[in-house]
Design a binder for this molecule. Structure first.
Ligand code: SAM
Ligand code: SF4
Length: 332
């Protein structure tokens, strides 16, 4: 609601209503996925630059109560390495929105129950190979059993639907898409295949490494016939198995961008507001929060950031400029 008590939708210059807030709670991570971080040398934000749980809750409250946001996702870096994460979930749960978490799953075995008890609704777990040696090479950590255990703990804790995110990279794991489809059917989880985006800290991204969503759907459909579902606000194009074995999703950020229906705003761990994953500018909410801004000031910053949002990321344009921060620094 505005200061006069009226709920105002947060609309950008292209008529898109924003309802989804992605909050990064840390830029740190216990993995070093090759498509995201370098093996060594990441420079972390100083601790005092990270927003406190109280500061995060304030921003979330303004987004929900002034502008009607109905979805909040916690991410990172790896959100589960932030100390006392369930306490943040406990603070956000009363806002009554769809509250979810994106995680590499390695600590979920120990935390899934506490997160669910604190009020988390669901999780997305990232997993890029079902083969132990390849998993270790991709993440630079030998942790496949722990991640599988984490996925099962999330299912057992009722954090449903549990979604498994697979970033498909040509020549790396594109031969596993059918294995992942089978895994999803067997485990009762929704697998979503994500196109590799130019946000890797090593700057190795190359268009030839992108495996188009259409190719992934064709490969899986040849094994398990699929039916495309009607598109909604979900960035994933969903397809259901004709035999009733569940569904998959494909996120074609590069070959089939969904910018026209984007309803997201991102808050980085160090308190910068971004209208797009690929935005080249940010609004310093941390300075506002620590400079004594009231809720009207925070709401005005949200409006200005979303108001200046561009039509699309333009990855395919010749003039495309990569953002200076990589995926883990922004919050995926
Ligand atoms: N650490 C958590 C995880 O891995 O799920 C949350 C943060 S991670 C940055 C969020 C998502 O971004 C993950 O699903 C990850 O696979 C994905 N991701 C990271 N780098 C990417 C890239 N260059 N292209 C596409 N997806 C990427
Ligand atoms: Fe960490 Fe997630 Fe990036 Fe992998 S994708 S390095 S788990 S932040």
């Amino acid at each position: 609601m505005s200061s006069t008590g009226v709920l105002t939708p947060l609309v950008d210059g292209y008529g898109r209503v924003h309802r989804d807030l992605r909050i990064s709670v840390t830029d740190r991570c216990n993995f070093r996925c090759t498509y995201c971080m370098p093996a060594e040398g990441m420079v972390w934000q100083p601790r005092d630059h990270l927003l406190s749980f109280e500061e995060i809750e304030r921003v979330a409250r303004v987004a929900v109560e002034r502008f009607g946001f109905d979805s909040i996702r916690l991410t990172g870096g790896e959100p589960t390495v932030r100390a006392r994460l369930p306490l943040l979930v406990e603070r956000l749960a009363p806002l009554g929105v769809d509250l979810s978490l994106t995680t590499n799953g390695s600590l979920l075995g120990a935390m899934a129950h506490d997160l669910a008890a604190a009020g988390l609704d669901r999780v997305n777990v990232s997993l890029d190979s079902l083969r132990p040696e390849r998993f270790a090479a991709l993440t630079r950590r030998d942790d496949l059993p722990r991640v599988l255990q984490g996925i099962r703990a999330a299912v057992a804790a009722g954090l449903a639907p549990v979604k498994v995110n697979v970033v498909v990279v040509r020549g790396s794991n594109d031969d596993e898409v059918v294995d992942f489809a089978r895994f999803g059917r067997d485990e009762g989880v929704r697998v979503r295949f994500i196109e590799f985006m130019p946000l890797d800290a090593d700057h190795h991204w190359d268009r030839s490494a992108v495996v188009p969503s259409a190719e992934i759907v064709a490969a899986i459909g040849a094994e398990f016939p699929l039916q495309r579902l009607t598109r909604d606000h979900d960035p994933a194009q969903r397809h259901r198995y004709l035999d009733g074995g569940g569904e998959i999703g494909v996120i074609g950020s590069v070959t089939e961008p969904f910018c026209a229906s984007c309803d997201r705003v991102r808050l980085t761990a160090d308190g910068q507001l971004r209208a797009c994953l690929f935005a080249t500018d940010e609004t310093d909410l941390r300075a506002l929060l620590r400079g004594g801004a009231d809720d009207d000031g925070l709401a005005a910053a949200l409006e200005a950031t979303v108001g200046s949002k561009w039509a699309g990321h333009g990855i395919s344009d010749v003039h495309f400029i990569r953002p200076s921060r990589s995926m883990s620094e922004i919050g995926g």
